[in-house]
Design a protein around this ligand. Structure first.
Ligand SMILES: CC(C)(COP(=O)(O)OP(=O)(O)OC[C@H]1O[C@@H](n2cnc3c(N)ncnc32)[C@H](O)[C@@H]1OP(=O)(O)O)[C@@H](O)C(=O)NCCC(=O)NCCS
Length: 165
C-alpha cells in the first residue's frame, strides 16, 4: 500500500479538500470561500493528507472564543484577539484513508500548534456519532444550552465537546 504524507495546506489544495468533503459530508458542504478564509486566517491549523498526488483528507482548526464555534459555512472575518480555546472545525478522511493513522497524525500536529500558541482547551462539534472517536483524545461532551439551536444544524446527534490539555 502506498504511504501517505500529511502537511500544511496551501490554496492549491482547496479543490481537493472540497472533493473530500463532498464524499464524507455531502449534507454539510461548505463553500470554497469558507475554507479559503480559514486557510488565510490561520494557515498553521489547516492540514491535508496526500497520497499519490491526491488530497484524501484534511483537518481545519483555529482559535475561537468559547462557547462560540462558528455556524456551518460562515465567514468569520478575523480570528478574535480574545480567543480562549482552540477549535477543531473539521476532520475528514476518504474511506480508503481511514484506519491508517492519518487522523492521529493530524490531531497530534494540531495539538502541537495549539499548545505552542498557548491554548489549554480544545473544542469541537462531533457529528454522526464521532464523539466516540473524540473521547479517545480526551474530549468530553459539554452541555451548553445557548448552542443547542446551532448544534441542530449538524443533525440530531451532534454534540459539543471540550478537552483540556
Ligand atoms: C473520524 C475519522 C477522521 C477518524 O479517522 P480514522 O482513520 O478512521 O481513525 P482511527 O483509525 O484512528 O480510529 C477510528 C475509530 O474511531 C471510530 N469512529 C470514527 N468515526 C466514528 C463515528 N462517526 N461513529 C462511531 N465511531 C467512529 C471507528 O469506528 C474506529 O473504531 P475502532 O478502532 O474501534 O474500529 C474518519 O473516520 C472520518 O473521516 N470519518 C468521517 C468524518 C467524521 O466523522 N469526522 C469527524 C467529524 S466530528
Amino acid at each position: 500500500m502506498t504511504s501517505f504524507t500529511f502537511r500544511k495546506a496551501s490554496s492549491s489544495d482547496l479543490d481537493g479538500v472540497l472533493s473530500v468533503q463532498a464524499v464524507v459530508f455531502p449534507a454539510f458542504q461548505e463553500a470554497k470561500a469558507t475554507f479559503a478564509e480559514r486557510l488565510r486566517l490561520y494557515p498553521d491549523g489547516f492540514f491535508v493528507v496526500e497520497e499519490g498526488g491526491d488530497i484524501k483528507g484534511y483537518l481545519v482548526s483555529y482559535p475561537v472564543r468559547r462557547p462560540e464555534p462558528p455556524p456551518l459555512d460562515t465567514l468569520i472575518g478575523a480570528i478574535s484577539p480574545d480567543c480562549d480555546a482552540y477549535y477543531v472545525h473539521d476532520l475528514s478522511l476518504l474511506p480508503a484513508m481511514r484506519g491508517r493513522g492519518a487522523a492521529v497524525a493530524m490531531i497530534e500536529a494540531m495539538t502541537g500548534v495549539a499548545r505552542n500558541a498557548g491554548f489549554t482547551a480544545m473544542v469541537l462539534t462531533a457529528v454522526g456519532g464521532a464523539d466516540i472517536f473524540w473521547r479517545r483524545f480526551g474530549f468530553a461532551t459539554v452541555s451548553v444550552p445557548a448552542l443547542e439551536a446551532r448544534l441542530l444544524a449538524y443533525g440530531a446527534d451532534a454534540v459539543y465537546m471540550e478537552r483540556s490539555f
